[in-house]
Write a protein that binds this ligand. Structure first.
Ligand SMILES: [Zn+2]
Length: 323
């Protein structure tokens, strides 16, 4: 029986699974918060601890895994096993040999893949994208990631395709965590939304967001904090979410105008938390920007939820070895 480890390294959370290769069953899983300081060494420690916990819950000896896949945010060189420019991780600008560092600690072969590409692939194979020939995965979380499949295959471009969060929705607009201006993520990414909420709060705008955050013992405005604020009809939260929805509608519709995919999938921490009602709002926000608005793409929630990224990462091995 082949068993594989899969890890989804997000800007907020790390999710690890152990998967049986034959039928892609998840045997065990674990989750932890991504270290907010300490750079790559701290993240490596957290990844090892999280996968160890997943292996323990699966009753699998971690040293016997047939391969470990990691979905990572930023610039991946899959051949060299390096990750660079992970702007949502602590001190992670320069290329870091993550695959080698993990391989040494885990005594297993390690492969890296772009987090959103692997999650899109998992949805296409095992989730809500099953059967679709062309789809666009939109992962709305700390940042906004995108994955594109055309003619049934993931489209990587020259390596950087799918960066839907950095579609420009407003020329000269808000500063994006990537350093540029007017990107969709500058309005819709959780990190950018938090920065704007803090700025407005400090200017005297009334909001419960930070009180809810403290009550929940969180250090950031997590998706749960936003959801709670919306449930309380917090005006500032509503305003910032509406701004995010409009940016998502504009950017996703522009991508659809270019690619004419049959299906748009919504996932990510915020996307999964808000679910169907928000999917409908994003669809409505897309409508005025769609070139052929009488023939919009199908819109669906990603079906694998929080596990999609980790499953896709494990598939980096399971797929390759079943060929
Ligand atoms: Zn950007």
């Amino acid at each position: 029986m082949a068993t594989y480890g899969g890890i989804d390294l997000g800007g907020t959370k790390i999710q690890a699974i152990v998967m049986r290769g034959e039928d892609r069953t998840v045997l065990g899983q674990a989750r932890t918060l991504t270290p907010r300081e300490g750079g790559p060494p701290a993240v490596v420690d957290a990844l090892v601890a999280c996968l160890s916990e997943a292996a323990a819950s699966a009753g699998v000896d971690i040293a016997r895994l047939d391969g470990v896949g990691v979905g990572v945010p930023g610039e991946v060189d899959a051949v060299a096993g390096t990750l660079a420019k992970a702007t949502n991780l602590s001190e992670w600008e320069q290329p870091y040999a993550l695959a080698a560092a993990l391989s040494e600690r885990l005594a297993a072969k390690v492969r890296l893949g772009n987090d959103v590409s692997v999650a899109t692939h998992a949805e296409q194979l095992l989730g809500a994208g099953h059967g679709a020939k062309s789809l666009l995965g939109v992962f709305w979380g700390t940042g906004v990631g995108g994955g594109v499949a055309l003619e049934g295959k993931l489209w990587h471009g020259r390596g950087d395709a799918g960066e839907i969060g950095h579609m420009v929705v407003k020329q000269g607009g808000a500063r994006c965590p990537c350093g540029r201006k007017g990107c969709m993520e500058a309005y819709a990414g959780r990190r950018a939304m938090e920065r704007e909420a803090r700025r407005l709060h400090e200017k005297g705008h009334d909001t419960d967001l930070f009180e809810i955050m403290r009550d929940r013992g969180r250090q950031t405005l997590s998706s749960g904090v936003w959801a709670k604020a919306l449930a309380r009809e917090d005006k500032l939260a509503e305003r910032l979410i509406e701004r995010a929805v409009q940016a998502l509608g504009t950017g996703v519709a522009s991508a659809v105008n270019l690619l004419d995919v049959e299906l748009v999938l919504l996932g990510g921490g915020l996307g999964t938390r808000f679910g169907e009602p928000m999917l409908a709002r994003i669809g409505a926000a897309m409508s005025p920007h769609l070139y052929n608005d009488s023939h919009p793409p199908a819109m669906r929630m990603a079906a694998l939820g929080d596990l999609g990224g980790a499953l896709g990462a494990a598939l980096l091995w399971a797929e390759a070895e079943s060929r």
